[in-house]
Design a protein around this ligand. Structure first.
Ligand code: 3PG
Length: 308
């Protein structure tokens, strides 16, 4: 009881989500500390030193931050990807790390389709564009977001294919999705390829020159996952060599400026990662995070632990 729970979000949740997080926290006898829009890592370090629990989004929880977290017992990443948290450093200090899988996936999926429409309609330039209906969409990694993308894409009348070596064909077929036997097959056959891979050593730079050059004529690569899964030099090279390819991403690559200046009609990058930045996703993920912390303190529940 009376644990200090720090919500540290450089990119804040919607106010209504914070309100609900606070209510659940206080109704369970805990104290909520809010650190929003912080600019320096030092602010995070100072705040975390007094906290027993921590809720974050893409905030970087490095070994340095963890070394200052003397009382910290649990970190919950309100979202799916936990590549922003040093799991080894947390485990070494016996700190539980959890995520909130699935809670913001519809928001990310809606943005992926929105980005497809934006590019299909020439970045809303008023000229004649194309429709998504009857186009083939390839989903690279068929997790929570990928499934939502498939559901929405079916509504647009798209044909949907997916590649994921960790998901059975049966699951995909049940969703009306055609399983691709390889990443190459997906990239070769689809008008849009939507990335939903986590950033782990095995997936970093997975989308390389070879794969990009296999993409179907006139196709668009849509990245609402992580910038690390696409090789940035390869994107530059592939877009230079193939005038028919497009790349849109919710996570601007390091070479975004150069890409935009060279290929203004064929690239688009959101100013800030906004896939999960909706009121609904903030409420879903934020409330799930605080509930998981309350349950952990009450009963020791570690259901969503990722550093077991
Ligand atoms: C996730 O991994 O859940 C998404 O990338 C959302 O990240 P965000 O909370 O920083 O918007």
């Amino acid at each position: 009881m009376n644990s200090k729970i720090l919500v540290a979000t450089e990119k804040p949740f919607a106010g209504v989500a914070v309100k609900q997080i606070r209510e659940i926290c206080e109704d369970n006898g805990h104290i909520l500390v809010l650190l929003e829009k912080y600019e320096e890592q030092a602010e995070l370090i100072q705040a975390v030193s007094a906290a027993e629990a921590l809720i974050v989004r893409s905030d970087k929880i490095t070994e340095d931050v963890i070394s200052h977290a003397a009382k910290l017992q649990i970190i919950v990443r309100a979202g799916a990807g936990y590549d922003n948290i040093d799991l080894n450093a947390a485990s070494q200090k016996g700190i539980i790390v959890m995520n909130t899988p699935g809670q913001n996936s519809n928001a990310v999926a809606e943005l992926a389709l929105g980005m497809m429409i934006y590019m299909a309609r020439g970045k809303f330039n008023g000229k004649s564009g194309t429709e998504l209906k009857d186009k083939k969409l390839g989903i690279h990694a068929y997790g929570y977001v990928g499934k939502n993308v498939a559901r929405i894409a079916h509504g647009f009348g798209m044909e949907v294919m997916a590649y994921d070596p960790f998901v059975t064909s049966e699951i995909m077929i049940n969703d009306g999705v055609q399983p691709a036997e390889s990443a190459e097959a997906l990239y070769k056959n689809c008008d849009y390829v939507s990335l939903h891979l986590p950033s782990i050593p095995e997936t970093q730079k997975f989308v390389d020159y070879e794969l990009l050059m296999k993409m179907k004529k006139g196709s668009t690569l849509v990245n609402t996952a992580r910038k690390e899964v696409v090789c940035e030099d390869s994107i530059m090279k592939a877009l230079s060599e193939r005038e028919d390819l497009k790349y849109v991403s919710d996570i601007a690559p390091d070479n975004a400026e150069e890409l935009m200046s060279k290929f203004p009609d064929r690239c688009y990058f959101t100013p800030k990662k906004m896939g999960a930045q909706t009121k609904e996703a903030n409420i879903n993920a934020g409330v799930a995070a605080i509930r998981q912390i309350v349950a952990y303190f009450k009963t020791g529940d570690t259901t969503f632990q990722v550093n077991k």
